[in-house]
Design a protein around this ligand. Structure first.
Ligand code: NAD
Length: 264
C-alpha cells in the first residue's frame, strides 16, 4: 500500500509542536497541502519552516488562531477554506487534585479539548459531505476509557470527544466521509517533555531516566513499556485519513501501546 494524499488539503489544530507537528509532517509527506495552526504566528511559521526543511517541496502554510474560542475557530475555518482532512489535535492537560479543580478549569478544558473540535467540524464537515469525501479525526486518548484520577477533568474531555466523534460518524452514512478518534497512550511530545522535565528535576534525576521509569511505574499494563514517539501516533493518523481507510468509520483507534487490557 502506498498512501497518496496529493490533491487533499489538511488542517491540523495545535500543530506547532508535539503530536500535531508530527501529524502535519506525516500528512505533508504523502503530498497533502497542510495548514499548520498555533496561537502565535511566529511559532506556526517556524513549524512550517521545520517541515519544509525535512520535506523539500512540502506544501505547508501557517494560520495563527486560538481554537479555545468561538472567534478563533471561526477565523481558522475562514482562513483554511475548503478542507478535506480535519485533525482536531489541539489539547491541554495538567495533573490536578479533583478537589482543587475550580469551575474555570473545567470550562477551559472543555472549551479547548472538546468545543474546538465541535466548532471546526460544524464549519468544515458540511463541505466534505457536499463533495462526498472527507476525513475528520479527533485526537482523544486512552484516558478517555481509563480516566486518570490525577486529571479527571482531562479524562472527561477525552471521553466527550469519543461521543462527538461517533455521533458525527453517524451523519456520514452512505458518503465518502469518515469520522474517527485516535487514542494515543503516553507519548513523548513537547508538552510531556516539559512535564517529565519538571518531575525529573524534583526527583534529582534526568528526563530520560524519569521517562524510562514513568510508564512502567504509572501505566504498568503497558505492553510497549515506554513512551510512544510522536511519529508512532502520526503513522496511525496518516493511515486513517488515507483513501485506503475508507471502511474504517466511527471507530476509536488505539495507539496506546496495549495499556487498555480489554479486547475491544
Ligand atoms: P503538546 O502540548 O506537546 O502540543 C499541543 C499543541 O497544541 C501545542 O502546539 C500548543 O501550542 C497547541 N495548542 C494548545 N492550545 C491551543 C489553542 N488554544 N489553540 C491553538 N493551539 C493550541 O501536546 P501533545 O502531547 O502533542 O498533545 C496533542 C494531543 O494529543 C492533545 O489533544 C492530547 O490530549 C493528546 N494526547 C497526548 C498524549 C501524550 O502523552 N502526549 C496522550 C494521549 C493524548
Amino acid at each position: 500500500m502506498k498512501i497518496d494524499l496529493s490533491g487533499k488539503t489538511a488542517l491540523v489544530t495545535g500543530s506547532t509542536s508535539g503530536i500535531g507537528l508530527a501529524i502535519a509532517r506525516g500528512l505533508a509527506g504523502p503530498g497533502a497541502a497542510v495548514i499548520v495552526n498555533g496561537r502565535a504566528k511566529p511559532r506556526a511559521e517556524d513549524a512550517t519552516a521545520q517541515i519544509r526543511k525535512t520535506l523539500a517541496g512540502a506544501s505547508v502554510r501557517a494560520v495563527a488562531a486560538d481554537v479555545a474560542t468561538a472567534e478563533g475557530c471561526a477565523a481558522l475555518a475562514r482562513a483554511a477554506g475548503e478542507i478535506d482532512i480535519l485533525i482536531n489535535n489541539a489539547g491541554i492537560f495538567e495533573p490536578k487534585d479533583f478537589f482543587e479543580i475550580p469551575d474555570a478549569d473545567w470550562l477551559r478544558f472543555y472549551e479547548v479539548n472538546v468545543l474546538s473540535g465541535v466548532r471546526l467540524a460544524r464549519a468544515l464537515m458540511p463541505g466534505m459531505l457536499k463533495r462526498n469525501w472527507g476525513r475528520v479525526i479527533f485526537i482523544s486518548s486512552e484516558s478517555a476509557l481509563q480516566i486518570p484520577k490525577e486529571m479527571i477533568h482531562y479524562g472527561m474531555t477525552k471521553t466527550a470527544q469519543l461521543a462527538v466523534s461517533r455521533g458525527l460518524a453517524e451523519l456520514t452514512a452512505g458518503t465518502g466521509v469518515t469520522v474517527n478518534a485516535v487514542l494515543p497512550g503516553p507519548t513523548r511530545s513537547d508538552g510531556v517533555e516539559t512535564f517529565i522535565g519538571e518531575m525529573a528535576k524534583a526527583a534529582n534525576t534526568t528526563a530520560d531516566a524519569m521517562a524510562e521509569g514513568f510508564v512502567k511505574q504509572h501505566r504498568p499494563s503497558s505492553l510497549l513499556q515506554r513512551f510512544a514517539t510522536v511519529d508512532e501516533i502520526a503513522n496511525m493518523v496518516v493511515y486513517a485519513v488515507s483513501k485506503e481507510a475508507s471502511a474504517t468509520n466511527g471507530a476509536a483507534l488505539r495507539v496506546e501501546g496495549g495499556i487498555l487490557r480489554s479486547v475491544a
